[in-house]
Design a protein around this ligand. Structure first.
Ligand code: NAP
Length: 274
């Protein structure tokens, strides 16, 4: 029940009405019997700093931040975690546990991706990341902190591939042929979200025994993942990343471990309706 004592968290962005974050986080707060409600606020480009000011004045406990606000919010908070500093982007705002008036910006997407990769041994692995937008950059930065041997970055716009390759010492701009020798191939482009989309790269390059990760979670199996499975590769979609980045946000706001099973159940139930 919402009372005068209920704390509020919110996701801000534009568009926001189809965000899955309220489903995931309200399930988590309910599972942990926490008196916190999570709502979505449409906030358009250019209003990110005002939303951070509103978080201060309204006493919001925390915020999730999505496009197009990740860069402006990173400029408006008081402090950034090392990941958010490197990316100059944040998807999470949380209060300093010692001084709640201090607002921190964090980026949990990359660590969420790495936490969700249960089928992968990073030691000396060769990784290809296709895509160098916001999600690809977060993944390159986080995978770059694990003990992989190399990260080859491919992107339609080569200047963005070069910039993203600066985010990890083991990363460099690659060529499509790198996919053949990779242990892990990650699709971080938005190609595959729509039924009419083509493949994000030449699937003939995929090999049995590889792990192919698609950051897309809707559809749950993209044409890329289906083709990779047909070729004998292991596959994983974007759901573990979505869940684990939210779990990291939950911990930032509450100081507690997230109830992953409850969050996963609510997310799967919602996706089945869409
Ligand atoms: P973004 O910043 O807009 O970047 C889009 C990326 O896709 C860029 O690398 C872009 O290349 C590439 N791209 C778009 N259309 C393309 C095309 N027709 N051919 C080749 N490349 C194309 O978006 P984002 O935030 O990084 O999101 C990327 C994907 O990750 C989306 O599908 C999103 O849903 C997913 N995602 C998942 C999670 C999760 O939790 N699972 C979290 C965040 C994002 P250019 O640079 O050349 O334009």
């Amino acid at each position: 029940m919402i009372t005068g004592a209920t704390r509020v968290c919110a996701v801000i962005g534009d568009p926001i009405r189809h965000s899955l974050s309220p489903i995931i986080h309200n399930a988590a707060f309910a599972a942990m019997s926490l008196d916190i409600a999570y709502v979505a606020f449409p906030v358009s480009s250019g209003s990110g700093s005002q939303a951070v000011a509103a978080m201060r004045s309204l006493g919001l406990l925390g915020m999730s931040v999505t496009m197009p606000l990740k860069f402006e919010v990173a400029e408006a908070v008081d402090r950034l975690t090392p990941q958010a500093t490197k990316l100059q982007s944040c998807n999470t705002v949380f209060r300093d546990p010692e001084d709640p008036d201090v607002l921190w910006g964090d980026s949990t997407d990359g660590d969420g991706f790495v936490s969700g990769l249960t089928l992968f041994q990073p030691e000396n692995a060769r990784v290809v990341v296709v895509g160098a937008g916001g999600a690809g950059r977060a993944v390159i930065e986080a995978v770059g902190r694990s003990p992989v041997a190399e990260i080859s970055v491919l992107n339609r716009d080569p200047s963005k591939a070069s910039a993203a390759a600066q985010l990890a010492t083991v990363a460099r701009v690659g060529v499509e042929a790198d996919i053949t020798g990779a242990d892990l191939v990650i699709n971080a482009t938005s190609v595959g979200m729509r039924p009419e989309d083509k493949m994000p790269f030449d699937i003939e390059l995929l090999q049995a025994g590889q792990l192919v990760a698609d950051l897309i979670y809707h559809p749950s199996e993209t044409a890329l993942l289906r083709a990779a499975r047909d070729r004998g590769a292991s596959t994983t979609n974007g759901l573990p990343m979505l869940l684990n980045q939210a779990a990291l946000q939950f911990s930032r706001w509450t100081g507690q471990s997230a109830p992953l099973d409850a969050m996963r159940g609510a997310l799967q139930h919602e996706l089945a309706q869409r």
